[in-house]
Design a protein around this ligand. Structure first.
Ligand SMILES: Nc1ncnc2c1ncn2[C@@H]1O[C@H](COP(=O)(O)OP(=O)(O)OP(=O)(O)O)[C@@H](O)[C@H]1O
Length: 867
């Protein structure tokens, strides 16, 4: 029993031990699993923490990046906006009050925006707060007063100050203060409408809108388009109507008035009528801009939720001063058009096929006044006393023509007989290389050189002949037909302007006679060949002289008379006597009364403005457009280097032309050619330079000798018998390739012939007193020995040739300096000698074998020490 119990106990013990053992094993396994789980949890927690911190860092950097990009984008956009805003509200439309001044709008530009304050957006610099008005919207302003009235005051001043005087007409309806709210504008004389006047004001405005609409005739979408399309002042001023309504206005407004107001809102802007309203509701319309003011801040419909911090109102004294000055200018009349107002929309866009048309100013109603040149009228006569503005008028006409017609269409020849350089601006100068591309020739300081006027007329005469021949070939009657028949030809219209033309015609000499003949021919036939003359004069007697030639004056059907001009218009036409300063009468019917147009002339004198325009035209010149020829009567031409011996000395074996030409000076002609004396192997082929002006005599001899030396092998004997000519003679001797030198001690004239031409260059030959000289002069040329000598007087030359009564046949050519015409009689085929009044740096050249009448030349400067 006992053992059974024991065995039972042992078995239980055994089982218990086993159970304990497996429980322990289970516990150990559970504990290890727990340790492992704890480990894993720690790892996950660590990884999570790492992830979290990485995410935070990434989010932080992304946020910073976004912020940085946002800030730079916002700054860039704000800069952009500021630029746009600044260009949309320039000058008086946008300047801060302390810098404010009225500003003139650019011609043809449309009104911009007006500044009322500033927009501060985040931390970018403030942007100007701008609103539209003229040609854009009506304004409806509501909110706290007096800020609303201050805002309206500022807007009005900006609108008035950024338009031309007279372009905005102001109407004020202010029943409560009887106009006092806008009192500083009083001197502009706005239309003040009192209490009870609203109905008739609205009726007037509606009627005005109807009238403008009718006058537009449906051709233009709006008055704004019409104004922008035309240069010059607006056809109709803007009507700016300020309605400062009080409570009674709204209450008392009738249904008809309400309807009228609504109509004005809908149709006003297109017709230049703008309402600026406070205290009265306006119906919704795309042309109504609503501004709500709260203290110093405004919001307006076009800017959404952006707030504008309002500018303070403009100081009243500034408004008063501006309005006074503007009223003063309006009393003086509209400003005349400026030179820039005459410019076309597009340079060189016009064809001269049927003629030239160019505005030269405006009339008092602001319309531009044209000057036509073509088949009718073909030529113009301009007159006015000194200082009346002829030069200015010519500048204006040329500027207006030159911007419309390119060099293919127009060629200009300009000559000014006044003392002065008025046409110098059109040719290259030391400070400005540009020239007006249409100018072919300009003459300045030509008052002493009527011959140059003659040369110009001769040149135009040639052109006339060329055109007439071409027209004949193409069976064309006039320029337009020639151009159509010969589309590849270069046939621009030619306009020749001659200021103070009467100088050319003064005197009863050969120059005047030939000039009048040429003028008559050009005036008569130039019409059909596209050659147009514009003659200007201050001199009544000169113009009178033209009237003595009815055939000539009758062609000048276009007359332009400046104030106090006489004899330009018909005798019974007194318009020129009554027009004010800087005005002109344009008359295309030979000055008949009844055909006058009065024009106000712009000021065209500003050189800087002109230069800027000319440079633009010059840069656009077509390839191959040649520089104009400038004739400056005050300039002394230099002997061209091609006429001097240079480099290789011609050898004796080289052929010499049968009659080499000695160059004596520059001819007064359009091409500036050298005047040559042919020295052939014939009796009399010698030259006498006559007069006491040593420098010029030396220059003539030196130019002759050097140019001969440049042409081929030749030998020279340089004789200097007057120390005053010593330096010039020595320089010549040094430059000549083959020469002997003689002076007072050893001068000799018994020269043997050589195998090359031999030129005896004699300075002060009258001092020689050697009978051998007479023989040399008589017999030398046939042996190719020619004397080119300087005698100080004609009588001394005559003594050298045999005394009084001797024929001077040995002197076939002469150049006279300061010798009176009568003294030249012995050397001249016609009795009494040539008409010659000596003048500095001019010489009279006569070559018996080629000239019928002598020719004026300009002695070249050979060495430049004395200028
Ligand atoms: N339309 C104008 N507006 C403003 N100033 C002008 C106008 N026309 C001329 N003037 C000025 O008047 C002055 C005289 O003008 P201009 O030299 O053109 O006269 P002119 O008749 O050619 O005189 P003169 O024959 O004595 O040379 C100049 O100072 C010029 O600038």
């Amino acid at each position: 029993m006992g053992s059974h119990r024991n065995a039972l106990v042992a078995a239980v013990r055994q089982e218990l031990a086993e159970a304990r053992g497996s429980a322990r094993a289970l516990l150990a396994a559970a504990e290890s699993a727990r340790g492992e789980a704890q480990n894993r949890r720690r790892l996950v927690r660590d990884a999570y923490a790492t992830c979290l911190s990485q995410l935070t860092a990434a989010r932080e950097s992304a946020r910073e990046d976004v912020q940085r990009r946002y800030r730079s984008e916002a700054t860039r956009l704000a800069g952009h906006l500021r630029g746009l805003a600044t260009s949309s509200a320039t000058g008086a439309a946008g300047a801060p009050w302390r810098l404010w001044a009225p500003s003139e709008p650019d011609p043809g530009s449309r009104p911009g925006l007006l500044r009322i304050g500033a927009i501060t957006f985040e931390d970018t610099a403030a942007l100007p707060g701008l609103i539209p008005l003229l040609d854009a919207v009506h304004l409806h302003v509501s909110g706290t007063s007096p800020q609303v009235d201050d805002l309206i005051t500022g807007v009005l001043l900006r609108a008035l100050g950024s338009t031309r005087a007279g372009d905005v007409h102001l109407t004020v309806y202010d029943p409560r203060n009887l106009g006092g709210t806008l009192a500083p504008f009083a001197s502009l004389n706005p239309t003040f409408v009192g209490p009870g006047g609203l109905g008739s004001l609205l009726d007037d405005l509606a009627e005005h809108i109807c009238r403008v609409n009718e006058s537009l005739g449906g051709q233009h979408p709006s008055l704004a388009d019409l104004a922008a399309a035309r240069p010059g002042p607006r056809p109709e001023p803007w009507r700016l109507v300020v309605l400062l309504a009080d409570r009674a206005t709204s209450v008392e407004m009738t249904a008809a008035q309400r309807a009228q107001l609504d109509r004005i809102v809908r149709t006003g802007v297109a017709c230049g009528v703008h309402l600026v309203v406070r205290g009265l509701p306006l119906e919704d319309d795309p042309t109504v801009e609503r501004i709500v003011v709260r203290d110093q801040v405004a919001t307006c419909a076009s800017l959404g939720s952006l707030e504008i911090r309002l500018d303070p109102p403009p100081p009243p004294e500034r408004i008063v001063a501006f309005c006074r000055a503007t009223a003063e200018r309006m009393r003086a009349g509209r400003d005349p058009a400026r030179l820039a107002d005459l410019e076309p929309d597009k340079y060189w866009g016009e064809s001269a096929l049927h003629g030239l048309v160019a505005p030269i100013g405006d009339s008092t109603d602001g319309t531009l006044v044209d000057v036509p040149l073509g088949d009718d009228p073909p030529h113009a006569l301009i007159g006015g006393p000194s200082g009346s503005g002829k030069t200015n008028l010519i500048y204006t006409l040329l500027g207006s023509l030159a911007t419309r017609y390119g060099p293919e269409e127009l060629a200009l020849y300009l000559l000014d007989f006044k003392e002065g350089v008025s046409f110098a601006r059109y040719v290259p100068g030391p400070r400005d290389p540009s020239w007006l591309p249409q100018v072919r020739l300009a003459g300045i300081n030509v008052n002493g050189d009527r011959e140059f006027g003659l040369a110009l007329l001769r040149h135009l005469g040639e052109e006339l002949r060329t055109r007439a021949q071409a027209a004949k070939r193409h069976d064309a009657g006039k320029l337009s037909e020639l151009r159509t028949e010969d589309p590849d030809g270069h046939w621009p219209r030619i306009v020749a302007v001659i200021d103070e033309f009467q100088v050319l015609l003064a005197g009863r000499d050969a120059v005047a006679e030939e000039a009048v003949g040429l003028l008559e021919d050009l005036a008569r036939r130039g019409r059909s060949q596209g050659i147009h003359l514009v003659l200007a004069s201050q001199d009544v007697a000169g113009i009178q002289a033209l009237w003595g030639r009815p055939g000539l004056i009758a062609q000048f059907t276009l007359r332009i008379a400046l104030p106090k001009a006489r004899r330009i218009l018909a005798d019974d036409n007194l318009a020129a006597a009554v027009i004010p300063r800087f005005h002109a009468v344009i008359n295309t019917e030979s000055g008949m009364s009844g055909a006058n147009r009065i024009v106000r002339l712009p000021d065209a004198g500003d050189r800087t403005l002109w230069r800027a325009l000319q440079r633009r035209l010059w840069r656009d010149r077509p390839p191959g457009c040649a520089e104009p020829r400038l004739f400056d009567g005050d300039a002394v031409p230099r002997l061209p280097s091609a006429l001097r011996p240079s480099g290789r000395v011609p050898s004796a074996t080289e052929p010499v032309g049968s009659s080499p030409g000695a160059v004596l000076g520059e001819r007064i002609d359009v091409a500036a050619q050298p005047a040559r004396l042919r020295l052939g192997r014939m009796p009399g082929r010698n030259l006498a330079v006559l007069g006491t002006r040593t420098d010029e005599a030396c220059d003539v001899l030196a130019a002759a000798a050097l140019s001969l030396a440049a042409q081929g092998p030749a030998h020279f004997s340089v004789l200097c018998l007057d120390p005053a000519a010593g330096l010039a003679a020595a320089r010549l001797y040094a430059e000549l390739p083959s020469a002997d030198w003689y002076d007072v001690g050893d001068a000799r004239f018994d020269l043997a012939p050589r195998d090359v031409p031999h030129y005896v260059i004699g300075f002060a030959l009258d001092a020689a007193g050697d009978p051998a000289l007479r023989k040399l002069l008589a017999e030398g040329p046939e042996q190719r020995i020619h004397v080119l000598g300087w005698w100080r007087t004609v009588s001394r030359l005559r003594d050298d040739l045999g005394g009084a009564g001797t024929r001077l046949d040995a002197i076939g050519a002469w150049v006279a300096l300061d010798v009176q015409g009568a003294d030249l009689a012995p050397l001249y085929p016609q009795p009494g000698g040539p008409a010659w009044y000596p003048r500095t740096r001019r010489a009279l050249f006569f070559d018996r074998s080629v000239h019928r009448t002598p020719e004026v030349i300009i002695p070249y400067e050979v060495n430049s020490d004395h200028t």
